[in-house]
Write a protein that binds this ligand. Structure first.
Ligand code: UDP
Length: 490
């Protein structure tokens, strides 16, 4: 890449939170901006950089896009963390509360190295915008320090953002004493919505992070807008209500997984299975016949729950791709799958490539927003099994708003899940409704294919997400012009 002429270029700093569900969509977003001629610096730490380098390098070297990785050492030692704890999924067994606390302390310590880097950097034009995760509140000060806008990224859809903001503003969950089983009515949403408190995302203030959450909320209030991995046609009324509530723009620029430059086999991590081998296994199966099972990058299954899932899948008689993380119940799943028409992937799977294959007919998912939106893009109906974070809200989007999924019936938030919370019969019923299910199942599949079609259109040139990205870039330019007019920047 040639050293750029620094006049009048846009240069965005993209700063993701270090968890796969936050990093992966930001890599896609970075590549999309670079395709639009924006210089992009993707700021992360060495371990995370090693995971996303193939995608960024391909974009920069092969497609000659103006994008680069900027590595900042993660200050583990300074925060009292063991070396290498640079991503939520790199903290063994999800760590102790203490590890999490220190992880967030280390994040705050990244402010100074980033400022130092920016003060010396003259390879790219001066930055014109920061797009950073809500969980990196220090980036708000950095943006203000150099007089540029900051846009916040959460990794969630507007429906979930709206519900969470309503819960926060109306004080629906402010103390640990409030019962999780109690049903609360969520105000300010454009439909009647009742949810169990325990199905909302537990506020960070109730898990020992009150100060951090306070800073993140304040930084978000001061930010200039929000960037969302969603699209206008998917949740128009919730986007409108969210924008009204926040009093700032939400740029819906997704689904980001449809970004053309992504390296599918190495999206977010090196795949544990050769992608061609995986695809040829799928090639040997009939369209819509395979069940894909994965609970994302963080949630884990205990042996007893895995046994119930295994028995239900076996009972369905359908071919299965089951992704299980190492250190989970992988040896049991691998043994159980022997002799069955199953492909067990231990470790990291090329999920987008799998979901996009015509053989896949249903997805047993934890409703992480990325997985959800990837399934929507591929037109694959879902068995919804939320585990934690905002996943119960995403389940509502899938089952009630879009009507493209069937609840397995889980009621309890869990990310480890040692016990049996859903039995094989219930799992079997949900599987049958999604994979077969007669006329009702057929309608659901037609609906989800329609959503996939809308998603592709949104990302096409002049589609809604394409135009929202144009608007975002133009708004950043407008911000600069305003600053120049007031002599705030040279
Ligand atoms: N993913 C993947 N392979 C895996 C597990 C996850 O490619 O084996 C990707 C998945 O496609 C998605 C992201 O990791 O883009 C997971 O994000 P999500 O929001 O679905 O869930 P989380 O991992 O944050 O719980």
């Amino acid at each position: 890449m040639e050293t750029p002429n620094h006049n009048d270029h846009q240069h965005f700093l993209l700063c993701p939170f270090m968890a796969q569900g936050h990093m992966i969509p930001m890599v896609d977003m970075a590549i999309l901006f670079a395709h639009r001629g924006v210089y992009v610096s993707f700021i992360t730490t060495p371990l995370n950089a090693s995971r996303v380098r193939p995608a960024i390098d391909q974009a920069s070297r092969c497609a000659n896009l103006p994008i680069r990785l900027v590595e900042l050492r993660f200050p583990c030692a300074e925060a009292g963390l063991p070396e290498g704890y640079e991503n939520i999924d790199a903290i063994p067994h999800l760590g102790s509360g203490e590890h999490f606390k220190r992880f967030f302390e280390a994040i705050d310590l990244l402010k100074e190295p980033l400022e130092r880097f920016l003060s010396k950097d003259d390879f790219f034009p001066p930055p014109t915008c920061v797009i950073s995760d809500k969980l990196l509140p220090f980036t708000q000060d950095i943006a203000r320090g150099v007089g540029i806008p900051r846009l916040v990224f959460h990794g969630m859809c507007c429906y979930s953002l709206l519900v969470m903001e309503s819960v926060r503003r109306h004080g629906l969950w402010v103390s640990a004493d409030e019962p999780e089983e109690e049903t609360v009515t969520i105000p300010d949403v454009p439909c009647r919505l009742e949810m169990k408190r325990g199905h909302l995302m537990k506020p960070m203030s109730l898990t020992g992070f009150a100060d951090f959450e306070g800073r993140a909320v304040k930084a978000e209030a001061e930010a200039d807008g929000v960037v969302v991995n969603s699209f206008d046609e998917l949740e128009a009324q919730f986007i409108e209500a969210y924008v009204k509530m926040m009093g700032k723009k939400a740029y819906n620029v997704g689904p980001l997984s449809l970004c053309k430059g992504g390296v599918q086999a190495e999206r977010g991590n090196k795949s544990s299975i050769d992608q061609d081998k995986c695809l040829s296994w799928l090639d040997s199966h009939e369209a819509g016949s395979v069940v894909y099972v994965s609970f994302g990058s963080i949630a884990r299954l205990g042996l007893q729950q895995a046994t119930e899932i295994g028995e239900a899948l076996k009972g369905s008689g359908r071919p299965v791709v089951w992704v299980i993380k190492s250190g989970e119940t992988e040896s049991w799943v691998s043994r159980f799958g022997e002799g069955l028409d199953w492909l067990v992937i231990v470790g990291w799977a090329p999920q987008v490539a799998i979901l996009s294959h015509k053989a896949v007919g249903g997805f047993v998912t934890h409703c992480g927003w990325n997985s959800t939106v990837e399934a929507l893009c591929a037109g694959v109906a879902m068995v919804t099994w939320p585990r934690f974070a905002e996943q119960f809200m995403n389940e509502r989007v899938v089952v009630e708003v879009l009507e493209v999924g069937v609840r397995v019936g889980i009621e309890v938030r869990t990310w480890l899940g040692e016990e049996v919370l859903v039995g094989r019969e219930e799992i079997g019923v949900a599987l049958e409704r999604v994979m077969g299910g007669g006329e009702e199942g057929e309608k659901r599949r037609r609906r989800v294919r329609g959503v996939g079609e809308m998603a592709r259109k949104a990302m096409e040139v002049r589609g809604s997400s394409f135009m929202n990205m144009t608007m975002l870039i133009e708004d950043v330019k407008g911000y600069q012009k305003e600053k120049r007019a007031t002599n705030a920047i040279p």
